[in-house]
Structure formats: C-alpha cells, structure tokens
Design a protein around this ligand. Structure first.
Ligand code: TA6
Length: 300
C-alpha cells in the first residue's frame, strides 16, 4: 500500500501519520499529549520515542543504512524466530528474519486514555518458508503514551507445535556510558558472551560498563533502570513474558568493526533487551500463542 492509501485507511488526524522516512522506508509518526514516536513498517521497528519535555530515549546510529535487506541499527529491532546466530546454519540471518521483512499495517487506534496504538503483522510467505518452515502470525503492538509499550506476539497458525527464541533488542540513548549505572540485575546469574558455557553471579547492585559487555542474565524478570547522571534521568524498562535480560555494549574495539555504527557509537548507547532464550524458549502449541512485552518510561 502506498503512503497516501495508508493515511486514508489508517491515519488518525493530528495523531498518527504515515510518511516516507530515511531510505524512503514507510514510517509511522505518532504525536499525542504524552509523547512523539516513529516506527518503521520495515521490521516493525520502533525508531524513536520522546516523552513530552524529555530528550530522545532510544539510540539510533547515524550510520544505519535504512535499506531493505539490512537491519536498522538502533531503536528496537525484534529478533525472531532465533536470537543471535542460527543454531545450525550460519548462512541464515543473525537474529532471525523478522527485522528484515516489510510488515503489514493491521490496525491503528486512539485509546480511551489518549494513547495511540499501532498493530503490525507478519505471516509466513514463500521466502520466509525457506528460512523457517512453520506457519505463524507475528504481531507487533506498539502503544505510545506516558510509557512506550511494545508487545510481540506469535501465534501458531499451522498443524505442528513449534518453538523459537526472540528478543526486543532495545537500544537506549545515554549522555555518556561513563555516566551510567544499570540497576535491577544485582544477584542475577549471567553468561558472559554468546558462546559462554559457564555462568557467574553479578555481585554488584549496579552494573557499570567500562568495556565491551554482552551479558545474558537468566531468571531475570525484575525491572531494569538505566540511571544517567549526565542527563539526570532514569529510564525504567519493565518486561513480561521473558526470563532472560541481555545487556550489550560493544565497547571501543568492537564499535570500530561494526560498519553501521560510528567508532565512538558505544559511548552513547546501551542495549537492555527482553529475551526468550536459553531455558526460556517460547513453545507454541497448535493455535496457541506466546507474548513478549516491554514497557519503557522515563523517571526524574
Ligand atoms: O544482543 C546482543 C547481540 O546478540 C550481540 O552479540 C551483538 O552482536 C548484537 O546483538 C548486535 O547484533 P546485530 O546482528 O544487530 O549486529
């Protein structure tokens, strides 16, 4: 559907508009009494969220390509139906195919409380079938209000049970990583890096990032708070339907190796991700569904 038809069918006057974004990707712009946000239909990818009177909450790489076929670097990519590299076939795209697909607009709504909602969907198609054989309906429900709520739901529309791993791989904007403490992970067990087979327990209440970090916390369901003394703000990240939290910052060396990230990109971002992985894999019975949600808000 072209931009004019999308606006005609799904636009909400003064609140929700479709436009052509960077790389000419179709983008939904939401502005209401609570916040402004933008979402690319490609990848069902939240690009920005700015509550009224606040700075931007999500980090976006100035080098992101915004090109179909490449993932967008920043915002909230969805990883599905596998998180990280594919288990058995390294040629399959890292973090699955969902962030590389043009989704469909299914519904927009003005909620009674004044929040604005967008629902995007993705189903199996012949190209996807070559990567993952199961019939599914994926939905991304994005609600923009005093918090940003992002819900990813996958329903089994086929004839056999399946399982998957996933993540809402949120990139947060920070003044400088040196000013940041992450709360909510003290006492949690984590694997340090992708291939780690042994785990450790975080002794400190606050995680301070001083180098590359790629921690995968298991049995982690508490809220995380990114406390940023440079911006005098706290970003609270709540989640449901997930027992794995990932904290990722590439550090100086890795930042240089990531083509679509500026060399000093690691200084102004940190990912705190709600995931299903390890022993928290989503299993979807016939006609059943699994839901992963995150809610992001700013506190003084
Ligand atoms: O969630 C952390 C992670 O899995 C890291 O290992 C790192 O590779 C990151 O995601 C980004 O992945 P991407 O494929 O978007 O470059």
């Amino acid at each position: 559907m072209d931009i004019a038809s999308l606006n005609k069918k799904y636009g909400i006057a003064g609140k929700l508009e479709f436009t052509s974004g960077q790389g000419e990707l179709p983008v939904v712009i939401i502005a209401n009494v609570f916040a402004k946000a933008s979402i690319a239909i490609y990848g069902a990818h939240v690009l920005s969220y700015r509550p009224k009177g606040q700075e931007e909450v999500l980090w976006m790489s100035s080098l992101s390509t915004f090109e179909e076929g490449n993932p967008i670097r920043g915002g909230i990519p969805v990883c599905f139906p596998w998180f990280g590299p594919h288990d058995t076939d390294s040629k399959k795209p890292q973090h699955g195919f969902a962030r590389l697909q043009m989704w469909k607009v299914a519904e927009t709504a003005n909620l009674p409380g004044g929040e604005t909602q967008l629902r995007l969907t993705l189903r199996q198609n012949p190209k996807i079938k070559t990567l993952w054989k199961y019939s599914f309906l994926a939905e991304m429900i994005i609600t923009v209000g005093v918090s940003l709520n992002v819900t990813f739901r996958c329903t089994n529309t086929g004839m056999e049970q399946f399982s998957y791993t996933d993540a809402l791989h949120s990139y947060f904007a920070v003044s400088d990583i040196a000013n940041v403490k992450i709360k909510g992970l003290g006492g949690s067990r984590y694997y340090d890096g992708i291939g780690a087979t042994t785990s450790s327990i975080q002794k400190e209440d606050n995680l301070v990032i001083q180098k590359e970090e790629n921690r995968r916390y298991i049995d982690s369901t508490s809220d995380c708070i990114i406390e940023d003394s440079g911006l005098s703000r706290k970003i609270r990240i709540r989640k449901t339907g997930s027992r794995v939290t990932v904290v990722w910052n590439p550090g100086a060396e890795m930042s240089k190796k990531i083509a679509d990230m500026p060399d000093d990109g690691y200084k102004t971002m940190v990912c705190v991700e709600a995931a299903n992985a390890y022993d928290d894999i989503a299993v979807v019975q016939l006609k059943g569904s699994c839901t992963l949600s995150t809610s992001i808000s700013v506190e003084a």
